[in-house]
Design a protein. Structure first.
Length: 171
């Protein structure tokens, strides 16, 4: 595997027009509603909603995990945040922003972060992960919600779709 170089580092023009090192974290490939419909035998609207929930959940996981990864790589003082119209650029606050002054160690650290982001995004957007997440959270059922489980006083755990469907059916 080739070494990571300064030329490999992307930058983002921040709000004050200074360029800062950034990682492109946009998602370009994601499973389709047709795949979800086929796997879960659900409607197109339920499949679309399930994919939205899976995406939101994966986004949340990514941003929580990358904060820890960045701190492991750069130190406890750093903070990550999203920039861009849809939050597609990851910025690390608390590091030297002048990439040209970076030594090999700083470039290598940035390369570690970038490679972790690429691998994690590939994993979180893979059909296998998305399918497992939809199944585990019962998101492909009509009436599902992002936070789909409810613990009842009698000790049972039910999904929101089960509760909604129970109230729709005549007794």
């Amino acid at each position: 595997m080739p070494r990571y170089r300064k030329a490999d580092i992307d930058t983002w023009a921040a709000f004050n027009h200074r360029r800062v090192p950034a990682v492109n974290v946009k998602v370009y490939h994601y499973p389709t509603t047709g795949k979800v419909e086929g796997a879960f035998n659900c409607s197109e609207s339920a499949a679309s909603q399930a994919l939205q929930f899976a995406f939101e959940s994966a986004q949340q996981r990514f941003w929580e995990d990358v904060q820890d990864v960045a701190r492991d790589i750069f130190g406890k003082h750093v903070k990550v945040y999203a920039e861009g119209r849809s939050g597609g650029w990851l910025i690390v606050d608390g590091i030297n922003e002048d990439v040209e002054s970076w030594d090999a160690i700083a470039v290598s650290r940035w390369g570690r972060l970038t490679k972790w982001c690429d691998r994690e995004i590939d994993f979180l957007t893979s059909w296998e992960y998305v399918k497992d997440d939809i199944e585990a959270n019962a998101w492909a059922k009509e009436g599902a919600e992002l936070y789909n489980f409810l613990d009842l006083k009698d000790g049972r755990t039910v999904t929101m779709s089960e509760l909604k469907n129970a109230h729709r059916q005549p007794k």
